[in-house]
Write a new protein. Structure first.
Length: 395
């Protein structure tokens, strides 16, 4: 949408109808407004989509929102705020600005920020928003960010890059070298004008392969939100060694982040202890599993593993501040056909399977179960046999 079309009348319409059905608004007000109705409805639609992802922006009536695709690709406010606490300095540059969410929140710990974006329409929207949010703090660069970066005489305290992960035919890309811009091919250029570099990569990134491609990376963050992996961050800082590379797995929750940090050396030197199911079952947060903390996780908290490929742990006494979902085991189900009917007469129970003979959907179909309630049915492999357990979640 052209900035000049964002009139007071359009803005008021958006504010008055922000909770209504966009399709119904188009039908009801067609030919009855003196502003661009389609643009107004698009703003309403985008704000509705951003309600949970960008709560503080979606309620700010002075901001403009882009089309859905740019919004879907943007970071959430929650992950952007977390990242902002990891870095600080005088100057930063975001080579892949997009909707500017990361640029804005990362800039909170910097005096000046440069935002780069090749899409002119999107860059204009972001400039408008930044002028509303924090006038005179941001420099907007429209065009090829690497061309600007290579010609710049400045050395940035932070160079941030979130490479595009879609190919020419809209296929998803996961390797750093396949994304745009090519981080691996341009690594020396990025280092030459940066004190620190932070790369936001796909949740599907093969972390060890990425570290093989860029061995100088010193820190890795795997960020999940409410147990769903959202981002993998790679961080390099000038003058520091990568010998003891720290892997940080973090889950962002309502009451703050819960994390687990380790090194791959620690993981390789740790040994798993296996045992039967005890009083509690623990499933590490998705970020911990994505980071590859299997043996080190069990060793750190004194847990027994059920099977090498199950990634479920057990204990009799619960450790404090364990970064995972915790279930209290009520009983083992030895005769599912009979016992499940008695325990769940209306068929409501949350079903989870990990390295089990049946998938969760297959198990639900077989015994006519539906997810629901606060109780869980967990199917997994324990040693050389399969086990089914009736559990109650604690955390």
């Amino acid at each position: 949408m052209a900035i000049e079309n964002y009139t007071d009348a359009l803005k008021k319409f958006v504010q008055d109808h922000q909770s209504e059905d966009p399709a119904q608004l188009l039908f009801a007000y067609s030919g009855k407004t003196d502003f661009d109705l389609k643009a107004a409805v698009q703003q309403i639609q985008s704000r509705q989509k951003a309600k949970h992802k960008l709560p503080s922006w979606s309620t700010n009536q002075d901001l403009l929102f882009p089309v859905s695709l740019s919004l879907e690709q943007a970071s959430s406010e929650e992950t952007a705020r977390y990242k902002s606490a990891l870095v600080k300095g005088k100057t930063m540059i975001d080579l892949t600005g997009g909707f500017g969410v990361d640029t804005f929140f990362l800039s909170e710990n910097f005096q000046k920020a440069v935002y780069c974006e090749r899409n002119g329409e999107l860059a204009a929207i972001v400039k408008y928003n930044f002028d509303v949010l924090k006038p005179r703090k941001f420099e907007i660069v429209e065009g090829d960010s690497l061309a600007y970066f290579s010609k710049s005489g400045e050395v940035f305290d932070l160079t941030y890059v979130d490479p595009a992960r879609r190919g020419e035919h809209n296929q998803k890309l996961y390797k750093l070298a396949d994304c745009e811009p090519d981080i691996v091919g341009n690594w020396r250029l990025l280092q030459s004008k940066s004190i620190g570099i932070m790369i936001k990569a796909s949740p599907m990134l093969d972390i060890k392969q990425a570290l093989h491609e860029i061995p100088e990376i010193q820190k890795v963050w795997v960020i999940s939100v409410k147990n769903e992996v959202k981002e993998v961050l790679l961080h390099w800082e000038k003058g520091k060694e990568a010998a003891e590379r720290i892997i940080n797995a973090v889950d962002l929750q309502f009451d703050g982040p819960k994390g687990f940090s380790f090194t791959y050396e620690e993981e390789e030197s740790s040994e798993s202890i296996f045992g039967d199911v005890g009083k509690f079952l623990i499933e590490p947060y998705a970020s911990v599993l994505k980071a590859g903390a299997f043996r080190s996780f069990g060793k750190r908290f004194g847990l027994k593993k059920l099977h090498p490929n199950s990634h479920l742990y057990t204990c009799e006494d619960l450790p404090e501040k364990i970064p995972g979902r915790i279930f209290e085991v009520i009983q083992e189900i030895s005769n599912p056909k009979k016992e499940l009917k008695q325990l769940f007469p209306v068929g409501k129970v949350n079903v989870i399977t990990r390295n089990y003979a049946l998938s969760a959907d297959e198990l639900k179909k077989k015994y006519k179960l539906q997810d629901g309630g606060k109780e869980f049915l967990i199917g997994t492999r324990v040693g050389e046999k399969f086990g089914l357990f009736y559990c109650r979640t604690i955390f």
